[in-house]
Design a protein around this ligand. Sequence first.
Ligand SMILES: O=C(O)C(=O)C[C@H](O)[C@H](O)COP(=O)(O)O
Length: 204
Amino acid sequence: MTTVTLTTQALVALAPVVPVVVIDELDDAVPLAAALVRGGLPAIEVTLRTQPALAAIERIAAEVEGAVVGAGTVTTRQQVDDALSAGARFLVSPGATPALLDALQGSGVPFLAGTATPSDVMALLERGITHAKFFPAEVNGGVQALKALAGPFPQMRFCPTGGIDAAKAPEYLALPNVVCVGGSWMTKGDVERLAAEAAALPVQ
Ligand SMILES: O=C(O)C(=O)C[C@H](O)[C@H](O)COP(=O)(O)O
């Protein structure tokens, strides 16, 4: 099997939206991921918040053609190892402790660590990391906060996540320092149609 190394830049360029998927029933994982891929959202974040999450990552990696499955809610080195073993091709965390950043930087796969403040951003830049999640986006000031962060940190690129829906996503994606947004809004209802609408959103 050929292993293609995915860079963070390539990951965030796959689609304007990274769906955040919470799997309560393992059997839901493959049909949901397949609908997201058909809609045009190949990079899929499965949160490690539920019991079947790792098995869901395994199944999606094995069975859903075109999916680039990743693990979300990664907060420990053990979860980094478990997610990689399950087949995760990228990792997302709500935060960024030094221990977790060591593990993420050693993982060999792209990752988005969580930032919410200027100091969080500086801790990543000190390590040469220029792409981050901005979490929880809406309650941390949303679009206005990201505009303010662009001043001192022009090199930083964000994937805001948390409280974003189809109505709010375009305003985020219009910002020069936003490369994609994360959200769960397209994972309920007519998933393929909602994914297709999200996939069609323009990125600045
Ligand atoms: O578990 C994580 O690490 C997270 O990313 C938290 C939430 O899953 C996202 O914030 C999605 O949030 P909503 O789009 O508001 O549902």
